[in-house]
Design a protein around this ligand. Sequence first.
Ligand code: ZN
Length: 127
Amino acid sequence: MALNKKQLAHLEKRLLDERDRALRALGKFDNMAKADRESADSDLAAYTDHMADQGTEAQEREKAAVFATKEGRYLYRLEEALRRMYSDPKHFGNCHTCENAVGFERLDALPHARYCIDCKRKEESAA
Ligand SMILES: [Zn+2]
């Protein structure tokens, strides 16, 4: 069953909202990376203080990098979903494996979902 116009409009908004959120999260990461480079250029007097904090800073950087990767991938999926929606709205919301409807409720929770819950479960149990 194809999604109706109202459902598509709702999912478009969901995708755009999620994309904004992901972009903001990624922008924050960029600013952090920039601040990091700037502090690396600062004078040597600050260096010793810097050393004391290095453990936690390295941990923070690592966390931020993982977050950015995950967020980056998520952003890519959201944009891919938007492209699918604009280029072929009639088929948006169909499972890429079995072509059954993914279902509006599942898409509302996960607007970039490409597979219905059955195919997703099969894929996960195969992995
Ligand atoms: Zn399926």
